[in-house]
Ligand binder design. Structure first.
Ligand code: DGY
Length: 321
């Protein structure tokens, strides 16, 4: 029987090819806008599987699309999916862990370093014709050698970030997790600390956890107040984990030194957002995993999960077992 797969974005050929070679029929949403909730239901009602990139999947959709045998997310994050409703509807859902850890940690590292030297601000100054005379005390950055990296969420991506920071700058690693990661502690010589200690001791605090009811708005004014006024806050996980107005005020009031963000709340960020004008801030448009190699690997992994689901097997990366 021919199986039909709906894909919510144009994905790399490497993933499409796996599905086509397995005899699947593909319908791809090629418009440069997200599907509405109604359009998603309309499409998924007619399909056996859904390969979803950055698309909200709610209970109404899951209840309506009784044909769906598998949903593969082309992301590691799954905060935009009602997993309980998927389980209730009997639809297995998978994500793409591991394959994007290196690229996402690269983005966190890039933001840390760029923020520490005010790189985006300096770039903008040149573009505005403001490369003036040399001032030995103007727009100075801070160095990272021997600094303390605080990782909030020491999973695959947090571990990669820690490795890079240790290798490049001999940074000391502390972390806070819901559960201790004993293996990583041994490999990285990372020290587990309470959330309060993480805030107080980090020179760079990098967020690598999922957005959950527990982590939503975790970095608010009270948290920034406990950080060093020389600290850099980096978030490549989800914008909802920091409170954006509180972050803006913390930067303006000098509670922390700078911020590097790949994720904002909401996304896309408004072009008039105050963060874009602050000198010690670098913002990227959620490009953590955006390399050719990583996006190929993510598309392939998502396709493999779909193929397993349509063959009646357990999805290799199932997240609602
Ligand atoms: C992920 O994989 O979760 C990335 O943030 C893309 O959404």
């Amino acid at each position: 029987m021919i199986m039909k797969v709906f894909i919510t974005r144009v994905i790399p050929e490497a993933g499409r090819r796996l599905l086509l070679d397995a005899g699947m029929t593909l319908t791809e949403w090629k418009e440069k806008r997200s599907l509405t909730a109604e359009e998603l239901i309309e499409q998924c009602k007619e399909h056996d599987a859904l390969l979803s990139a950055s698309t909200t999947i709610n209970a109404e959709m899951l209840e309506a699309c009784t044909n769906l045998k598998a949903i593969a997310l082309m992301s590691v994050g799954f905060d935009n999916v009602d997993l309980d409703a998927a389980t209730k509807a009997g639809i297995p859902v998978s994500n793409t862990p591991g394959v994007l850890s290196g690229a996402t940690a690269d983005t966190a590292f890039l933001l840390m370093l760029a923020t520490s030297r005010k790189a985006f601000y300096q770039h903008k100054k040149i573009a505005k014709g403001e490369w003036g005379f040399f001032e030995p005390t103007a727009d100075l950055g801070i160095e990272l050698n021997g600094a303390t990296l605080g990782v909030f969420g020491l999973g695959n991506i947090g571990i990669e970030m820690a490795r890079k920071c240790m290798g490049a700058y001999g940074m000391k690693v502390i972390y806070h997790n819901r559960n201790r990661n004993w293996e990583a502690e041994q490999k990285l010589n990372a020290h587990y600390v309470s959330f309060e200690e993480l805030l107080a001791q980090s020179d760079v605090l990098s967020v690598h956890t999922a957005l959950t009811p527990e982590t939503k708005g975790k970095f608010d004014r009270a948290a920034f107040q406990q950080m060093k006024d020389t600290a850099i806050f980096v978030n490549t996980a989800r914008g909802g984990i920091h409170n954006e107005p509180d972050l803006i005020n913390a930067l303006k009031d000098g509670l922390i030194w700078g911020a590097g963000l790949d994720v904002t709340n909401p996304e896309p960020m408004d072009a008039n957002n105050e963060l874009l004008d602050l000198p010690n801030v670098c913002v990227l448009p959620h490009i953590g995993s955006a390399t050719v190699q990583t996006r190929d690997a993510m598309a392939q992994l998502a396709a493999k999960n779909i193929l397993a689901g349509l063959a009646g097997k357990e999805l290799p990366n199932i997240i609602n077992p």
